[in-house]
Design a protein. Structure first.
Length: 250
């Protein structure tokens, strides 16, 4: 397995940025599926490899894992600045398909993440269903841009995208509840969501899965013992890989 870092200029950010990439062993024939894996609020593109056994979990599989830097963005496009959603869901996807031997269609792409990245993964899949066949979220901030300001105030005060949240309203373009409800049912990406029973975001995850059920959006949801920490995510990213692999046929 090759482990490399892409340092490249992203036009939607107007700056250089980075992504870590895991490539399959040379003996595994392509083209390869691509799993985009997003980090949480306090981390960067290196954290999944530093804090989990991800390389071991995908060893021998015909999949490329791409772990982009998402800053403190909640993977949103800033109307007055950097476009992080577009940077990843459009620019990076095109770049990866140019560089590597990928299955360059919806069935060959999936996305996942934890916390801020769990929210981001589901949001990017719902807003770009032509790009991603499935999305997974661990301990996701599913109420971001849906719940009241006070629910996320401790995080947003230090977030460069605070003004996005302040301008967002329930039912808006960053609200996962509204995005799932408004999406054409024939375009719905497959979703798997999990959360620890001691996680401070458990209520948000329960509310979101209840909403998905209420609108008839088929999905997987599970709760397991655990809190908002890397022991939990290291365990359950393995379930995410199995979920994506089954849907994508890799």
């Amino acid at each position: 397995m090759a482990n490399l870092t892409l340092n490249y200029f992203n036009p939607s950010l107007g700056k250089a940025t980075s992504a870590n990439v895991l490539l399959p062993d040379p003996g595994i024939p392509g083209p390869y599926a691509v799993f985009y894996l997003l980090h949480g609020f306090s981390d960067d593109h290196t954290v999944w490899q530093r804090r989990t056994s991800l390389e071991r979990y995908v060893a021998g599989l015909p999949v490329i894992v791409v772990m982009p830097d998402g800053g403190l963005s909640f993977y949103c496009d800033d109307p007055d600045g950097m476009k992080w959603e577009t940077a990843i869901a459009v620019d990076l996807v095109k770049y990866v398909d140019t560089l590597f031997q990928t299955r360059a269609d919806r069935t060959g792409r999936c996305i996942g993440g934890l916390s801020m990245g769990g929210y981001g993964a589901v949001k990017l899949a719902l807003k770009h269903p032509e790009t991603f066949v499935s999305a997974t979220s661990h301990s996701g901030a599913m109420g971001f841009a849906h719940s009241s300001w006070e629910r996320y105030a401790s995080v947003i005060r230090i977030n460069q995208f605070r003004h996005i949240y302040e301008k967002s309203v329930a039912g808006g373009a960053e609200d996962l509840f509204a995005l799932a409800e408004k999406l054409d049912p024939t375009l719905r990406p497959s979703l798997r969501i999990d959360c620890g029973t001691e996680d401070f975001l458990l209520e948000d995850n329960r509310n979101y899965t209840a909403h998905l059920k209420s609108i008839g959006y088929a999905h997987e949801y599970e709760e397991f013992p655990g809190s908002h920490e890397w022991g939990y995510w290291d365990t359950h990213v393995q379930r995410a890989i199995a979920f994506h692999r089954n849907l994508g046929g890799w």
